[in-house]
Design a binder for this molecule. Structure first.
Ligand code: ATP
Ligand code: MG
Length: 510
């Protein structure tokens, strides 16, 4: 069978062969080619030693730790971010790894002479396939790939497992997980990434082989030995995968979740009130599953949006309440994501979305001013994400419709009011005007007056004329700085409280 390979990959394979070495594409890229997925990266393995590889490809990066030479090639990968000038193809000398006294990094890397020895160190049989290039047909057009005839080397029956849709450790799973605990996370990540949505197939779906799965459970606690950053990266891939809920549920049933986000497990078996058919845990999972956004922070927010419910639950049965679970959940989200070492902007945005996911909106009932306040609180740039979390929340609660009309109407309102003043910059006067017209010296009082004017303009956009604002500013000038600050704050807080009140009422009966 013929497979499309990028020209730079073909070039490296051919150059190694011409120099008298063996050369294979190996690992994930072979797996993905066979499964008709786009490989994330291309890895090549060879019997050439690192110095020989470096001599053949002078344009390279080399870090001496594992003997991998990164050959720089012209950009070809569809997923390479635009700021990168070139792509890197990793060329690695056949090797085995021994030691693993810290359960994550080999103590020693030893070069070996045959490909099967190298394949034996790889994690799963589907990742232990290699292929050499027999023949290729250069493309006539300007295409960046060429069709290649490949010869597979399949020492561990990866192809058989691929046909059975099974993720199976190479060799003894317990030993392999003891060597490197990250493989436990990778097993679940591959299961969620490869699994086909159940709606679309009737045949067997991807799963983890029974003894590999038993070993995953047995070695769950060794997740403690690997860095949170590596756990986080695998976790992110699970929740970005098409079977995110399946993956997170698998993390729980295998006992891994308690080393990642134990707080989520508090929702297991916690019933809700009469408007919910699912427990808190099931609902969080379903919200993630139905999340329409591909963005990491939105998916994290969908998964965590009700994480605060178990800690705020009062009463039992159909009249139970969860007052304040949004704010409690936001605090928990911040702690969870910071602990997992997510970048600051992801932590902040996901926290903001959880904090505001209960925003109240009903066509005809909610005023433009309150939409403006919501935008001010959340930021116009985050409104779309907030709506995606709301859609996840609704779809994930098993209600028949996501009520898209309401949200479409809100989108319309956002559009409408976002042309009205939301920041002091949008006021028809600025600090300079105040200093000139009111003859006051530069100082914090100017900013405070502008803040009060903004708070008042949010309530009544009609006062946003130069004349009206200056008249009001003359009155405000009589107040001292603290009074002004309290005034601006109060105006906004006052309204926020009214909103919160109606949200709470809304949620008692939901
Ligand atoms: P993807 O690129 O989609 O994340 P992948 O399987 O290609 O998946 P990489 O991290 O690119 O993962 O690694 C390339 C190959 O290296 C794997 O297919 C596997 O053969 C081997 N490998 C990677 N990580 C490990 C590990 N922790 N233990 C054993 N082998 C590994
Ligand atoms: Mg890869």
């Amino acid at each position: 069978m013929e497979y499309p390979l990028p020209l730079p990959v073909i070039h490296i394979l051919e150059s190694l062969k011409q120099a008298g070495f063996e050369a294979y594409i190996v690992g994930g890229c072979v797996r993905d080619l066979l499964l008709k997925r786009v490989p994330k990266d291309w890895d090549i393995t060879t019997n050439a030693e690192p110095e020989q590889i470096q001599a053949l490809f002078p344009d390279h990066v080399y870090e001496n730790t594992f003997g991998t030479v990164g050959v720089k090639v012209k950009r070809f990968h569809p997923l390479t971010p635009p700021q990168y000038e070139y792509d890197i193809i990793e060329v690695t000398t056949y090797r085995t790894e021994t030691g693993y006294s810290d359960h994550r990094r080999p103590d020693q890397v030893t070069f070996v002479t045959t490909l099967p020895e190298d394949l034996a160190r790889r994690d799963f049989t589907i990742n232990a396939l290699a292929a050499s290039l027999d023949h290729y047909t250069p493309s006539k057009d300007t295409s960046e790939t060429a069709l290649c005839t490949l010869s597979l080397v399949d020492t561990f029956d990866g192809l058989g497992d691929m046909q059975k849709k099974v993720i199976r450790a190479v060799g003894n799973p317990e030993q392999r997980f003891e060597e490197d605990a990250l493989r436990i996370m990778r097993a679940i990540r591959f299961a969620s990434e490869l699994r086909l949505p159940t709606k679309t197939i009737s045949s067997a779906n991807w799963s983890i082989d029974a003894s590999t799965l038993e070993a995953v459970k047995k070695y769950a606690s060794s997740l403690n030995t690997i860095s949170l950053e590596r756990i986080r990266d695998e976790f992110s891939r699970i929740i970005l995968s098409p079977n995110a809920a399946f993956g997170v549920e698998l993390l729980r049933t295998t006992g891994l979740l308690k080393y990642i986000i134990p707080e989520l497990e508090e929702g297991v078996g916690v019933g809700q009130n009469l408007h919910h058919i699912y427990t808190v845990w099931e609902h969080n999972l379903r919200a993630l599953e139905t999340c329409p956004s591909p963005k990491l922070h939105v998916r994290l927010a969908a998964l965590l949006h009700d994480v605060g419910k178990p800690r705020t639950k009062q009463g039992d049965g159909y009249r139970s309440t969860f007052y304040n679970h949004d704010h409690v959940g936001a605090r928990m989200t911040k702690i969870i994501l910071a602990r997992l070492k997510y970048p600051k902007d992801i932590v902040e945005k996901a926290t903001l979305l959880v904090d505001n996911h209960l925003f109240y909106y009903n066509v005809g009932e909610v005023t433009e001013a309150s939409v403006r306040r919501l935008i001010k609180k959340v930021g116009l740039e985050n409104m779309h994400d907030l709506m995606d979390v709301r859609i996840s929340d609704r779809l994930g609660s098993g209600v028949p419709k996501a009520k898209p009309y309401k949200l479409r109407h809100l989108e319309y309102m956002i559009d409408k009011v976002s042309h009205d003043p939301l920041s002091v910059k949008m006021l028809k006067i600025n600090g300079q005007d105040l200093m000139r017209e009111l003859a006051i010296a530069p100082g914090p009082k100017i900013g405070a007056i502008l803040d009060v004017l903004l708070a008042e303009t949010i309530e009544d956009p009609l006062i946003n004329t130069r004349e009206k604002l200056l008249t009001r500013a003359r009155v405000l000038l009589e107040h001292n700085l603290d009074e002004l600050r309290t005034l601006a704050q109060e105006k906004i807080e006052e309204k926020r409280n009214t909103d919160d009140q109606s949200i709470k009422q809304q949620h008692f009966v939901q």
